[in-house]
Design a protein around this ligand. Structure first.
Ligand code: NDP
Ligand code: GDR
Length: 343
């Protein structure tokens, strides 16, 4: 029997890799997309087949996590075996500018989706995209037992989603899990997150189309993994015998300065010559250090990350150099397509 999955946030970084993975595994994949005045499907266009084609396995539906009635209708119609809730206002700095909107999407959006599952009278396995930002001010290493101390409106909203997912698991016997994922990046990472901002700038500075790169705090430590590997961990969580929460992380921390060093160094440049400070990129409260301990996922799910922050920086710089050569034409990284046997 073909399995059916619903992905919210399918147009985002993780959603696009997860859709690819599930299609490669033979799933029928349904994705929630927001109506926008311009196309917002560039990360999944390469997967799209006209729905009239009998071979079509990917189906997109307009909807929004702020629209509960629509979620009930869609869940009833699709009746998925698995639901992956990846949609969110996911930018920590922006959550200080738009705290209420962030609460509505990143927090309340989750309860709308969980309630829609109940109201539709279905019982899919449910994945919630929880985050290492939950740990906030609690020092590393962080694992499933580490106390939370959120430091932003984004993290506070994710904290609500974490607990409500756990509550629905206990209250309604739903197979609902939290993946507590540490930062994961890729050539498809949004351009305003620090890794992609850096690797994109490296390519542009090298090509002579950008002069400087303005950044905020360079001393924070992050545990950066590769998004394509992390979505595979999400899938494993939903295949487990029992619903449990898991940390996914590489266990290796780098500062922003380390990432700059590797990225600029990869094309023979010195970052100190190009990076300038702009206080607008500082956060009112910073998360100083996140380094995860994913022993539980490694032991119980057999999930092992293979790419660390330094390798990732090089992959992303190479991809941004190539993307620049394709500017104005459709382009997508081939890394996961190859590894999942699609190309
Ligand atoms: P992105 O920001 O790349 O993608 C977010 C997705 O959510 C997009 O598809 C976006 O749609 C969609 N979305 C935003 N608001 C709504 C809404 N109101 N209704 C429906 N869809 C909406 O995030 P990532 O792919 O990086 O992350 C996926 C999830 O994992 C997020 O929840 C994030 O918070 C969480 N997370 C991410 C980590 C990371 O390091 N990447 C680490 C830990 C957790 P559109 O394209 O239209 O904007
Ligand atoms: P983060 O990622 O906040 O960890 O959240 P981001 O890349 O935005 O910031 C990482 C660190 O870099 C510092 N920084 C800058 N950040 C950005 N975006 N832009 C800058 O110019 C800049 N200069 C320095 C930040 O202060 C921070 O310390 C990401 C998101 O994907 C969340 O959705 C997810 O939950 C967490 O990772 C885990």
């Amino acid at each position: 029997m073909t399995k059916r999955a619903l992905i919210t946030g399918i147009t985002g970084q993780d959603g696009s890799y997860l859709a690819e993975l599930l299609l490669a595994k033979g799933y029928e994949v349904h994705g929630l997309i927001r109506r926008a005045s311009t196309f917002n499907t560039s990360r999944i266009d390469h997967l799209y087949v006209d729905p009239h084609d009998p071979e079509a396995k990917l189906f997109l539906h307009y909807g929004d996590l702020s629209d509960g009635a629509r979620l009930v209708t869609l869940l009833g119609e699709i009746n998925p075996d698995e639901v992956y809730n990846l949609a969110a206002q996911s930018h920590v700095r922006v959550s200080f500018d738009e705290p209420e909107h962030t609460a509505d999407t990143t927090g309340t959006g989750t309860i709308r989706l969980l309630e829609a599952v109940r109201m539709a009278g279905i019982s899919p396995r449910f994945y919630q995209a929880s985050s290492s930002e939950l740990y906030g001010a609690t020092p590393p290493p962080q694992n499933e037992e580490t106390p939370f101390y959120p430091r932003s409106p984004y993290a506070a909203a994710k904290l609500y989603s974490y607990w409500i997912t756990k509550n629905y698991r206990e209250a309604y016997d739903l197979f609902a899990v939290n993946g507590i994922l540490f930062n994961h990046e890729s050539p498809r990472r949004g351009e305003t997150f620090v890794t992609r901002k850096i690797t994109r700038a490296v390519a542009r500075i090298k090509a002579g189309v950008q002069k400087d790169l303005y950044l905020g705090n360079l001393d924070s430590i992050r545990d950066w993994g590769y998004a394509a590997e992390y979505v595979e961990g999400m899938w494993r969580m939903l295949q487990a015998d029992t619903p449990e929460d898991y940390v996914l992380a590489t266990g290796v921390g780098y500062t922003i300065k380390d990432f700059l060093e590797v990225s600029f160094g990869h094309v023979g440049l010195e970052w100190q010559k190009y990076v300038k400070f702009d206080e607008r990129y500082l956060r009112p409260t910073e998360v100083d250090a996140l380094i995860g301990d994913s022993t539980k996922a490694q032991e119980k799910l057999g999930w092992t990350p293979t790419i660390d922050g330094a390798q990732l920086a090089r992959i992303m710089v190479d991809a941004d150099v190539e993307a620049l050569e394709h500017e104005g034409r459709p382009w997508i990284d081939k890394v996961s397509l190859e590894s999942w046997g699609l190309k």
